[in-house]
Design a protein around this ligand. Structure first.
Ligand SMILES: [Zn+2]
Ligand SMILES: [Zn+2]
Length: 456
């Protein structure tokens, strides 16, 4: 074992002795000293972390091909190897490589050692006087400025100046100062910054955890504007014209039903409504076609008893049979005959599926999600079987109604009841919401002649 590892193990033994000690009994002064000392120890540990991660990355560089370290150990990228060895998240592994690379000395092809790209930050990091947050803020802002700055001779003094601040002030203040210095170093960079921002656009679909898959990303100002406009338009009260019939006005009870969704949930629903609409658009001849579809596997016996779970392709978390029924209600199903060893023997035809034409007819009749106050347009909507298919409901427009995914789920999961009466969908609220138990006609029919409201 080499010296460095042995030394680190000694330090770990000492840290382990400290970590188990209770702090409840220490004085305030001792507590504050302890926090300062722990942070200093942490900065040294961080320094070792980023330096080693960057070295793994260097030894796994693309040019080495199959001789690269991470490749030899069965990983496509250095980050994956770091992740496996350290058990940190992919994002943390990537971050450590980034910081470590920014402060490592560069070696040219002929073996010449050049100073690190950010040697002042590097010196401060390895001597334990600069934390990771401050280091990141400094070199990232300087890197942005360096892309077009005409003042290269100013960079070293500026980096040294910012490191000095980072050794006494909090990382957030360093970040503010670093942005100020970026503007000083690169006064004409604003137009280019637009391009840079565009280059940094990204969308990351994360891993599944506890049944939820996270996503994150960042968009440039123009895309952000588009997204905000889509949210604002879809979420504004009465976002689309709603032609109310006399009957609608007389049955205002249905409109009293509150939307229980939070704003965050509504934003989510708008985003996925737009994605659904985009995928569906492929069904129209002549438009770019998306082949995206979602497969769920469920046992027929579970489906019939309404108990058990189904499995979505590519997703580890099972979903309830109730949710599977909801998906089948909109999209249909295909029976598969499975042998004793679970091997599929035969695959049936797609059953129960509203055609594009039927959906369009529903769109004309319903004008979008029929749920009171909902403004989701037809393209976002599921076509729900009013009489559920498991109860013999047919797939025709007299048994279909448009509901956005959120309200489709609400209808399946709640005691609201729906029917089609004289060609229009009607909703019956549970007795505790509507004690009078009136059937309320719903939907935003485009076929009803609009009238200018008369003055009362
Ligand atoms: Zn349904
Ligand atoms: Zn809706």
């Amino acid at each position: 074992m080499d010296d460095t590892t042995a030394l680190l193990e000694q330090a770990t033994v000492l840290l382990a002795a400290v970590a188990g000690r209770p702090v409840a009994g220490v004085t305030d002064e001792q507590l504050c000293s302890l926090i300062v000392a722990a942070e200093e120890a942490g900065r040294f540990v961080d320094a070792v972390r980023v330096v080693t991660a960057a070295e793994v990355d260097e030894r796994s560089r693309f040019a080495l091909g199959k001789d690269g370290l991470s490749y030899r150990l069965g990983h496509r990228r250095a980050g994956e190897l770091v992740e496996q060895l350290t058990r940190v998240s992919a994002a943390t592994a990537a971050d450590r490589i980034r910081v470590g690379t920014a402060i490592r000395a560069e070696v040219t092809f002929d073996g010449q050692v050049l100073p690190a790209r950010h040697r002042f930050v590097g010196d401060a990091v390895v001597t334990g006087s600069l934390g990771m947050d401050a280091a990141r803020a400094i070199f990232q802002n300087l890197d942005v400025a360096a892309k077009h700055s005409l003042l290269p001779e100013q960079f070293d003094p500026t980096e040294a100046y910012l490191v000095g601040i980072g050794q006494v002030r909090s990382a957030d203040l360093v970040a503010v100062e670093a942005r100020v210095m970026r503007a000083v170093l690169d006064p004409d960079g604003a137009p280019q910054r637009d391009e840079d921002l565009r280059e940094r656009r990204r969308f990351t679909l994360g891993r599944e955890s506890h049944g939820m898959t996270t996503f994150s990303g960042a968009c440039d100002p123009v895309s952000a504007g588009l997204l905000r406009a889509a949210f604002a338009e879809s979420l504004a009260p009465d976002a689309t014209p709603r032609f109310m019939t006399d009957e609608d006005r007389a049955t205002a009870v249905a409109a009293e039903v509150k939307d229980a969704r939070t704003n965050e949930q509504r934003h989510h629903d708008v985003l996925f409504g737009l994605i659904t609409a985009g995928v569906r658009a492929g069904a129209t001849p002549g438009t770019p076609r998306s082949t995206a579809s979602v497969n769920v596997v469920v046992r027929l016996s579970d489906l019939q008893t309404g108990r058990g779970v189904g499995w979505i392709d590519d997703i580890d978390e099972p979903i309830s049979v109730a949710t599977v029924q909801e998906l089948i209600c909109d999209a249909g199903m295909r029976r598969a005959l499975v042998g004793d060893n679970d091997q599929p023997l035969a695959l049936g035809e797609l059953e129960r599926y509203f055609t594009t034409h039927q959906r369009r007819a529903l769109g004309i009749r319903d004008g979008g999600c029929v749920w009171p106050h909902c403004t989701a347009p037809p393209s976002w909507c599921h076509a729900h079987h009013v009489l559920e298919w498991e109860h013999g409901g047919q797939t025709d427009i007299n048994n279909g109604v448009l509901l956005c995914p959120a309200h489709h789920h609400m209808l399946h999961a709640s005691p609201f009841t729906m029917r089609i009466h004289q060609g229009r969908p009607q909703l019956l609220a549970p007795p505790w919401i509507d004690p009078a138990q009136n059937w309320n006609t719903i939907g935003r029919a485009r076929t009803t002649e609009p009238r200018v409201p008369s003055m009362a």
